[in-house]
Design a protein around this ligand. Structure first.
Ligand code: 3PG
Length: 395
């Protein structure tokens, strides 16, 4: 981005791919519950706006099925972005249709425009290169330059991430640069001891990253819903807890390979149902009642994880330890997060739910080394995969 700004962008049209895929409050539709991703792209938007560029911002939101769906409109995000920028954001009610074309052509120097959800057009996510290419052609017509600052989406081979940069002079935004630098350091030269904390619901989603990380880490701490498949593989009964039966054998093999590097909870908070009002109690992992489900790691596990984290020089954390959105099941995530803030080393929070947990639980964001905006993207980076959005910028 600095290179582009150095060339001068006054009066030029700059297409900025941002990741404005923000979570909404379930109880209050239209109310953004965590605007961290919108805040993260502000420096890029402000720099371009203040340099007099005509800024065309585009993003996806959720997973609509390639057609307009009001549930996934970016309209509330345009309003929020305007508040954060301190200047109104023009909103186009389509992506490459009449509204967008008119808004782009009447854009003034230093104005910011947000297009409607890119995924309202099937060309955005299509696996067919020609279909994606046709949509990318339309988007590219709007601009003179392309800037990718959507780190959260760089692992997607989508039109706005992969194909538009092939059609325009392209640049990495400051957020993408920072994220890639941090993850490169953590994955190539982590200062030891290196501790990874993984949570979240499914082992199947994390299998590849576990396999890639095991040879590199000193400890891999596993909590969240995914720990129950590992506990089952260890021979424990897990009651009604989340279980991926078909992954049990794989987990058994991983446990054997990892030895004492893979650390599992020793107790859990087990509840009668998935509800903040449910009757709940702490159970040792060998005594999870058949009619209960584990919704958080227990206090002994939190202590065990915290002591493994305490000596680390590098920590990467992805995925909550429990259902932190419900107060009775937030203590494990809070305890682990607090332990991470205290290390005498460098910590990275790997996006998505864990970044939202940091903010929702009111933890001090500045106490972490880096809070990534990309959950899936940072995991795929650590897996060693080529990220299409980064590859497109490197060409
Ligand atoms: C994310 O939330 O991880 C990014 O915005 C990407 O969203 P996606 O998984 O729907 O592609």
């Amino acid at each position: 981005l600095d290179d582009l700004l150095g060339e001068g962008v006054s009066g030029r049209r700059v297409f900025v791919r941002a990741d404005l895929n923000v979570p909404f409050d379930k109880a209050n539709p239209g109310v953004i519950s965590d605007d961290g991703r919108a805040r993260a792209v502000l420096p890029t938007l402000i720099a371009l706006r203040d340099a007099g560029a005509r800024v065309i911002v585009a993003s996806h939101l959720g997973r609509p099925k390639g057609a307009p769906d009001p549930k996934f409109s970016l309209s509330p995000v345009a309003t929020r972005l305007g508040e954060l920028l301190g200047s109104p954001v023009v909103f186009a009610t389509d992506t490459v249709g009449e509204s967008a074309a008119a808004a782009v052509s009447s854009l003034e120097d230093g104005q910011v425009l947000l297009l409607e959800n890119l995924r309202f057009n099937e060309g955005e996510t299509s696996k067919d290169d020609a279909v994606r290419g046709a949509f990318a052609d339309e988007l590219a017509k709007f601009a003179d330059f392309y800037v990718d600052d959507a780190f959260g989406a760089v692992h997607r081979k989508h039109a706005s991430v992969y194909d538009v940069p092939a059609r325009l002079p392209h640049y990495a935004g400051g957020l993408v640069v920072k994220e890639v630098e941090v993850l490169r350091k953590v994955s190539e030269t982590p200062e030891k001891p290196y501790v990874v904390v993984l949570g979240g619901s499914k082992v199947s989603d994390k299998l590849a990253v576990i396999q890639a990380l095991l040879p590199k880490v000193d400890k891999l701490l596993v909590g969240g819903g995914m720990c129950f498949t590992f506990l089952k593989a260890q021979g424990h009964e897990v009651g009604k807890s989340l279980l991926e039966e078909e992954m049990v054998a794989t987990c058994r093999q991983l446990l054997a390979e990892a030895g004492d590097r893979l650390v599992l909870p020793v107790d859990v908070v087990a509840a009668t149902e998935f509800s903040a009002e449910a009757d709940h109690d702490i159970s040792d992992i060998s005594e999870i009642p058949a009619d209960r489900l584990g919704l958080d790691i227990g206090p002994k596990s939190t202590e065990l994880f915290a002591s493994a984290i305490a000596g680390a020089k590098t920590v990467f954390w992805n995925g909550p330890m429990g259902v932190f959105e419900l107060a009775p099941f937030a203590a494990g995530t809070r305890g682990v997060a607090e332990a991470i803030t205290k290390i005498d080393g460098f910590s990275v929070v790997g996006g998505g739910d864990s970044a939202a947990a940091v903010r929702t639980l009111g933890l001090d964001e500045s106490a972490f080394g880096h809070i990534s905006t990309g959950g899936g993207a940072s995991l795929e980076y650590l897996e060693g995969k080529t990220l299409p959005g980064v590859a497109a910028l490197e060409k």
